[in-house]
Design a protein around this ligand. Sequence first.
Ligand SMILES: Nc1ncnc2c1ncn2[C@@H]1O[C@H](COP(=O)(O)OP(=O)(O)OP(=O)(O)O)[C@@H](O)[C@H]1O
Ligand SMILES: [Mg+2]
Length: 330
Amino acid sequence: MADARPLQLVPADPPGPRRPAVRALRRPARVVSVGGGKGGIGKSLVAANLAIALARRGERVVLVDADLAGANLHTCLGLELPRRGLADVMERRAELAEVAVPTGVENLGLVAGAMDHPDAANPKLSQKARLVKQLQALDADRVVIDLGAGTHLHVLDLFLVSEHGLLVLVPEPSAVENVYRFVKAAFWRRVRHAVSAHGCEAQLRAVIGAGTFRSPAEILGALSARHPQSGAVLARELAAFRPRLVVNQARTPQDEQVGQAVVGAWRKFFGLRMDYLGHVPHDSEMWRAMRARRPLLVHAPEAAAAQSFAQLAEGLAALETAEIASGRAT
Ligand SMILES: Nc1ncnc2c1ncn2[C@@H]1O[C@H](COP(=O)(O)OP(=O)(O)OP(=O)(O)O)[C@@H](O)[C@H]1O
Ligand SMILES: [Mg+2]
């Protein structure tokens, strides 16, 4: 049974060259969440394979299935549903660290989803706060969360607390609309949190009521013009909201460029900096791996899509290095 022994994120064999033998200073686990609004576009496969690629870089990774409506990450990894999972954490029967199980991939643990719990799809604020605290406190370098589909508040909140919010986009018009809806909902939730924390809701409401705006960027520009201090506070808060886009199932060179185009358009519209992390090609090995009940990176490590996950993992690490160098992160 997959959950027969507690997770050993640090393997028993001697540490490899990339892992320091003693971890004297521990930083909170870096949280990467994977969402995208639309169902069935590859969010779970991106989360699972990216987590494996990160683990193969030597990071200790825990994959968390937070798709409260249709948890299936364990299947993506070829595992039986573990006896305990996120539902036990949400319902205070267990701590997050206790329900993480080994996956058969070195350095990778799994917290399985909350299946068959009718209340789990609608967590209370206190449940969410406890979860976020435990996610960040996990003894791991990285936590990768599969958010599932939709723009429920719990999805947006997990996305917003993540160090990296990854959006999966397939190059089709309806998927672009869906991911746009997701960004818009997350953007306004972030703005609402910020104005409420800084007590400038009334100013924002007055600005919105007084004009006609074509974009959120224009609204925030008008707020800054009228209330420079509030505008500066909001600009600072929003600078930290920086979704990363991944185009999945790219079939043509034009598909690969969709990500750049979308990031450029949204930057103009929302006034946000976003990053295009890269693309994963449409690859029949992906569903073959699914049928074989094995993750792609284990089933066909040479496949084109498998290689692109390694590049995505590298891209994330490169962004972090660049941000540390520019003083944005620690
Ligand atoms: N790069 C790819 N190449 C080929 N097929 C893919 C690729 N990515 C995803 N798929 C196909 O899409 C299907 C759905 O993937 P997945 O379950 O990861 O989607 P999801 O977005 O998590 O769905 P849900 O919203 O239902 O949770 C997979 O079974 C697979 O066949
Ligand atoms: Mg899924």
